[in-house]
Structure formats: structure tokens, C-alpha cells
Design a protein around this ligand. Structure first.
Ligand SMILES: C=C(O[C@H]1C=CC=C(C(=O)O)[C@@H]1O)C(=O)O
Length: 415
């Protein structure tokens, strides 16, 4: 299924903001507008968007290629004046894609106004007629009161049993790894202001990518892919600890190293054919967050020229589509793991664990994996957390791991 709003040629203008402009010094997250804002913020830099010039809604196994084609047609027809010429200037689309190939919708949204920041420079892009954007930080959004949490698709015991079944299948040699997730439902007594979530998540997890795209809001530590010119990077995470000595435990844990290796291998294999060189560190490092720590590997490479690939696109979204789903969110082998997920989780993941991020007209962009996030629908939110299961997994500690991952969003909801 594909639907798109008007395909009138877009008129796009990017200008740099003077340092005297209050928007050039305000924290990006303090400028995020109310409603269903668009945001991608990391270490104080990134993009935020107002309004909607146009959108694509797409589903199915070819959702990435359809979205890339739609975006290409849209920006090729656009009339662009870009005085800044950095990744993220000129026409930009924010996107959030489903984990699975089924009928649930993925979206690309082109805002009417984008404010971006990189290397201390701040710019404003107006797309179409634009709409008024705030000229100063918006007052802090209030957090929700009285939030109640209930189980989503599976109760705790049912989910532990699903993990036990997965371990049996792995030990029987049917597959090597599968990532099983569960959802939690949160109900507040009034609609939740997304700005509150964005600000608090960004404050608590500055090194993560805080995102808000079409009602999916979170702070993910996992960068599926960043493309800048011919440079490509993927920060692969898999293997988690959350208690004292997490770092030493992770580095010494054969089970976590195994989980991690499958994820790194899947990312490497997906993009190696498109690169002249692609490097993987010999040993993973440890990424320490406020709630959990992960084994992490930065896979970095140089893309081949498009001509040498017979015209195959290697824009950031095409690369995200090639990488998705890595074994950090699906498993090994991919097909069997995907089927086990569909059988055992008892839910549609929606856009959780799918690519979320942005793309510009040069093909540069950043796509994270939508983790540590919630689907926000007024006063009701659906939170997600998943864990990599391998032969050595124990259902009780996987459950505790999922609880530790939920803390990221739970904490900002509970104040
Ligand atoms: C699937 C999730 O995390 C992934 C990323 C980092 C560590 C993971 C793990 O150790 O299982 C998962 O692969 C999630 O947070 O929902």
C-alpha cells in the first residue's frame, strides 16, 4: 500500500541563522513544537521540524525502495536554494519504518520548516510556503500525572515461556539467535505532551538519538547507519548488562559476545558489497547508558561509486533498507528468526525496532533503530523492549533485562 499527499514541486530555501538569533543558541529540544513534532537530536545537534509539506505512507516488503523512489522524484523536481550546504540542509524528510513487511504503515514526512544544527552552525529551512515557527524556546511542557502500566500482548509469565521456547529451538539447532520483544501499555490521566518526553529523554540520554516521528518517540543508542558522502558508519549494539560491574561482566560474558557477534556479522554482510572497504573493531567496546550498558562495535566504511554499482542507490535510506533487520533486533538466520518472532511474540511490533531517522537530497542521513521508545496516542502509550536470545539465555534474566530497558521511557513518564 502506498499513499502520498500532493506531489507539487517543492520550493525549498535554507539560510544560516546569525549567532544573535535566539534560535541559534537555544537547545534544540527546547524549540520542539507541541503536537506531533518531528525531531532527531544527538549530543545537542540534529534536526527538528514543524508542520507538514507532504508525506508518504507505505507498507510491504518493498517499502524502502518505494520510499527512496518517492523521495528522489520529490527532490529532483524541487526548486532549492541552499546557502549552507551541509548534511541535513536543503530538502529533508523524517521517516519511521515498520519492523515487519506486513500491512502496518511506514511514513516519510517532509516538514514545512526545519531547524538544524551541526558543528555550532544553525540553519533554517523553509519548504513550500512554510508556517510560523517559534522565535524563542517554547515553555517547558508538563509531564503526565498518574500513569498506570499494564501488560501488553503477553503477561510476564507468557513472555518468559516464549523465551524458553526460543531457547529450546536454538538448542535443537533450528536457529542461532532470535530477539524477542514485549510491549507494555501506559495510561496517563490526560494526553501526554510529546515535548516533555523528548526533553527528558534527551536530558537523561544525551549520547542517544532522541527521536519523534509521527507519534513514535524514544531515545535509541543504536545507529543503524549514518551516510555522509561516501562515508558510512553503523554502531551495532547487542549484549546487555544493567547491574554493578556491567562493563567487566559484558566483556567477560561468552553469551553476550555471541549475541553481539551475530549482530555485527549481519550488519557487515548487508553493506560490504556496497563498500570499497569496511572495518570492524577486533573487540567490542562497552557503551554505558543511565539504565543499561551494551557491547558496541562501530562498523565504518567507504561506499563504492554509484556508477560502479550499476546505478544501485546508496543513499542513507537505501542503506537502512539493506541493513534492516540486523540480528540486533531480529536474529540469525534472519528468515527463521523473523518467523519465530511472528509466532512467539504475539504482537505486531509496528515501528518499534524499525529504522527511524532522516534523509536529505544528497542522500546523506542518519537512521537509528527505534528502540527505548513508545508509540504515543493521546493519553495511551505503548512501550517496547526486546532481548537477544541465544543458546545460553535464561528466561528470568532476559525478563529482568527487558524491564531494565523499559526504564528509559518509564522513568520520564513517571516524572
Ligand atoms: C532489542 C533491543 O535492544 C537491542 C539493542 C541492544 C542490546 C540488545 C540485547 O542485548 O539484547 C538488543 O539487541 C531493545 O532495546 O528493545
Amino acid at each position: 500500500m502506498t499513499t502520498a499527499t500532493s506531489l507539487e514541486p517543492l520550493v525549498v530555501r535554507t539560510v544560516e541563522l546569525k549567532t544573535s538569533d535566539p534560535r541559534a543558541t537555544a537547545a534544540l529540544v527546547d524549540l520542539v513544537p507541541p503536537g506531533r513534532p518531528l525531531a532527531w537530536v544527538h549530543n545537542g545537534e540534529g534536526l527538528i521540524g514543524w508542520g507538514e509539506a507532504t508525506r508518504l505512507v507505505v507498507s510491504g516488503p518493498d517499502r524502502f525502495t518505494k520510499a527512496v523512489e518517492w523521495w528522489r522524484t520529490l527532490h529532483l523536481d524541487a526548486v532549492v536554494s541552499d546557502a549552507v550546504q551541509l548534511p541535513g540542509t536543503g530538502p529533508v524528510a523524517f521517516g519511521s519504518f515498520t519492523f515487519a513487511d506486513g500491512p502496518t504503515s511506514s511514513v516519510l514526512v517532509v516538514p514545512q520548516v526545519v531547524l538544524g544544527r551541526r558543528d555550532g552552525r544553525t540553519w533554517l529551512t523553509v519548504i513550500g510556503s512554510g508556517e510560523p515557527e517559534p522565535d524563542r524556546p517554547v515553555p517547558a511542557a508538563a509531564g503526565p500525572q498518574n500513569v498506570e502500566f499494564t501488560d501488553g500482548a503477553l503477561a510476564a509469565d507468557e513472555w518468559r515461556r516464549a523465551v524458553a521456547t526460543a531457547v529450546e529451538r536454538i538448542r535443537a539447532g533450528q536457529l542461532s539467535k532470535v530477539v524477542l520483544a514485549r510491549d507494555l501499555i501506559a495510561r496517563a490521566d490526560a494526553p501526554v505532551d510529546v515535548r516533555h518526553l523528548v526533553r527528558r529523554l534527551n536530558q537523561r540520554f544525551p549520547a542517544c538519538f532522541t527521536f519523534s516521528v509521527d507519534g513514535l518517540v524514544g531515545a535509541t543508542p543504536e545507529l543503524l547507519v549514518r551516510r555522509e558522502g561516501d562515508r558510512v558508519i553503523s554502531r551495532v549494539l547487542a549484549g546487555t548488562a544493567w547491574d554493578a560491574d556491567a562493563k567487566a561482566r559484558l566483556l567477560a560474558s561468552a553469551k553476550d559476545q555471541e549475541e553481539h557477534e551475530y549482530a555485527v556479522r549481519s550488519a557487515f554482510d548487508a553493506i560490504a558489497p556496497y563498500c570499497t572497504e569496511l572495518r570492524v573493531p577486533q573487540q567490542p567496546s562497552v557503551m554505558e547508558l543511565a539504565n543499561v550498558s551494551h557491547l558496541a562495535s562501530e562498523v565504518t566504511g567507504t561506499l563504492r561509486t554509484r556508477a560502479s554499482l550499476n546505478g544501485t542507490p546508496t543513499d542513507a535510506l537505501s542503506l537502512a533498507g539493506l541493513l534492516h533487520p540486523t540480528a540486533a533486533v531480529c536474529g540469525t538466520p534472519t528468515g527463521r528468526a523473523g518467523r519465530a518472532i511472528a509466532q512467539l511474540e504475539g504482537m505486531d511490533r509496528g515501528r518499534y525496532a524499525g529504522p527511524v531517522g532522516w534523509l536529505d537530497a544528497r542522500g546523506d542521513g542518519e537512521w537509528g533503530i527505534a528502540l527505548r521508545c513508545a508509540e504515543v496516542d493521546g493519553a495511551r502509550l505503548r512501550l517496547f523492549a526486546g532481548c537477544g536470545i541465544v543458546a545460553g539465555s535464561d528466561p528470568e534474566s532476559e525478563f529482568a533485562e527487558a524491564q531494565a530497558k523499559f526504564v528509559a521511557v518509564r522513568e520520564v513518564l513517571e516524572g
